[in-house]
Design a protein around this ligand. Structure first.
Ligand code: NDP
Length: 300
C-alpha cells in the first residue's frame, strides 16, 4: 500500500446498508404492483431485555421501510418453551410469513437449540438451522440462508471494493452466529471470497502473533477495546463486530456503545475500519431483509 492508501478511511455501514435496502424496496414494490402480497417477517421476543427490545424495534422499523409486513410476537420472560414452540409452528404454517426470527439471547429455561430446530429451514432467515449451516459449509450458497452478520461483513467489504481473495483474514471469536459462519464464507471457492482464514478464540496463545499477520482482521469477541494498535498490521482492514455497553456519565442513558476495537488508536494505523455503532450492525439488519426477500421470492 502507498502512504496515500494508508490514510485510514472510515467504512461506514450506512451507505452500504441503504443501497441494499433501496434495492429491496424497489423489488418489493414491483412485486406488490403486480398484485402479489408483500414479504412477511415474523419476529418473536421473549422478556424485556432492553438491548433485545432495541434490536427488535430496529428490525420491525426496517421491515416497514422496505415494504415488508412484520408480525411481532412479544412473550413474557417466564413463557414455557412449549408455548414458544407453538408460536413458531404457527408462523411455519402461515403463508404470509417468509422469515422467522427468534431474538436471542433467550431466558435460560429455554433450550435455544430446540427453538432453532423448530423453525423451517426455508424460513430460518437468521441462518442458524443445521440444514442451512451444513449447506453453507458445502458451498451451496444459492440454496441456503447464511447468518446475517457474516453476510453483512462481506457486503460491506464489497461495497468499499476491498479485495478478499488471497488475503489473510484473521477472525477473533468462534461463535456459531458470527465467527464460524464468517470463516466458512471467507473460505468459499468463489472469485470474491477465497481468503486464507485463521480463527482465534479464548484459548489461543499469543493472539497478537496472529492478528499482526491479518490483512483483514475481524473482531467478534464481546470485550470493549480488546484489539489495540500494537496488535494490528499497518495498513490492514479492521472489521469491528462487537457491540458493548460501557458506562458514560455524559450520555442521557448512562452508557454508550463501543466495539471490540480501540477505534481511536487503531484507526490511525488501519487502511479501513468499521465504526461502532454505525458499521456492521446496520449491515446485519440489511442482510436480514435480503434473506427474507430471498425466501419470499422462492415461495412465490
Ligand atoms: P460469543 O460470546 O458467542 O462469542 C465470543 C467469542 O469470543 C468466543 O468464541 C470466545 O472464545 C471469544 N473470546 C472471548 N474472550 C476472548 C479472549 N480474551 N481472547 C480471544 N477470544 C475471546 O459472542 P458473539 O459472537 O455472539 O458476539 C461477539 C460480539 O459481537 C458481541 O459484542 C456481540 O454483541 C456482537 N455482535 C454484533 C452483531 C452485529 O450485528 N454487529 C451481531 C452479533 C453479535 P471461546 O469460544 O473460547 O469462548
Amino acid at each position: 500500500l502507498s502512504d496515500e492508501e494508508l490514510n485510514s478511511i472510515f467504512s461506514k455501514g450506512k451507505p452500504a446498508a441503504n443501497r441494499v435496502k433501496n434495492e429491496i424496496k424497489e423489488l418489493v414494490s414491483k412485486r406488490v404492483n403486480l398484485g402479489n402480497r408483500p414479504p412477511g417477517l415474523g419476529v418473536i421476543i421473549v422478556g424485556e431485555n432492553p438491548a433485545s427490545q432495541a434490536y427488535v424495534r430496529n428490525k420491525v422499523r426496517s421491515c416497514a421501510e422496505v415494504g415488508f409486513k412484520s408480525l411481532l410476537i412479544e412473550l413474557p420472560v417466564h413463557v414455557p418453551e412449549s408455548m414458544l414452540l407453538e408460536h413458531i409452528y404457527g408462523l411455519n404454517l402461515d403463508n404470509t410469513i417468509d422469515g422467522i426470527l427468534v431474538q436471542q439471547p433467550l431466558p435460560t429455561h429455554i433450550n435455544e437449540f430446540n427453538i432453532t430446530m423448530a423453525i423451517l429451514p426455508e424460513k430460518d432467515v437468521d441462518g442458524f438451522h443445521p440444514v442451512n449451516v451444513g449447506k453453507l459449509s458445502l458451498g451451496r450458497l444459492n440454496d441456503t440462508h447464511v447468518s446475517c452478520t457474516p453476510l453483512g461483513i462481506i457486503e460491506l467489504l464489497s461495497h468499499y471494493s476491498i479485495d478478499i481473495s488471497g488475503k489473510h483474514a484473521v477472525i477473533v471469536g468462534r461463535s456459531n452466529i458470527v465467527g464460524k459462519p464468517l470463516a466458512s464464507l471467507l473460505l468459499q471457492k468463489k472469485p470474491f471470497l477465497n481468503a486464507t482464514v485463521t480463527m482465534c478464540h479464548s484459548n489461543t496463545k499469543d493472539i497478537s502473533y496472529f492478528t499482526k499477520q491479518a490483512d483483514i482482521l475481524i473482531a467478534a469477541i464481546g470485550i470493549p477495546y480488546f484489539i489495540k494498535m500494537p496488535m494490528i498490521k499497518r495498513g490492514s482492514v479492521i472489521v469491528d463486530v462487537g457491540i458493548n455497553r460501557v458506562d458514560d456519565a455524559l450520555s442521557n442513558t448512562g452508557f454508550k456503545l463501543v466495539g471490540d476495537v480501540d477505534f481511536g488508536e487503531v484507526s490511525r494505523e488501519a487502511f479501513a475500519i468499521t465504526p461502532v455503532p454505525g458499521g456492521v450492525g446496520l449491515m446485519t439488519i440489511a442482510m436480514l431483509l435480503r434473506n427474507t426477500f430471498n425466501a419470499y421470492i422462492k415461495k412465490l
